[in-house]
Design a protein. Sequence first.
Length: 113
Amino acid sequence: MFYAEKLTETRNNLRVLRKAIPETFGGFVQMEQAASPDGALSHKQKELIALGIAVALRCEDCINSHVGACIRAGATRDEVAEALGTAIQMSGGPGLMYAGKALAAFDELATAH
């Protein structure tokens, strides 16, 4: 349950941050809500892109958050794996290491979901 615990910790940290800077946090949430709905790309496709970017940027908390969002959006393990392959292509060896973490997070969180 490593990734589930990390995701809970991240969510708790964000709750504290939201209380400290509510206007900034609210602005970020508003931007996220505007960018996320289905459009030319589905919400699921957007989450797969976000996961790839999180891997390329090497943000573990972002990876865990977007893995969870991919699961909620109905992404399959194969779809996540392909998105991770593109992230590796764009970010090289470091992306390879973080993609491994992302797939492990998917495997853990998908079984808990």
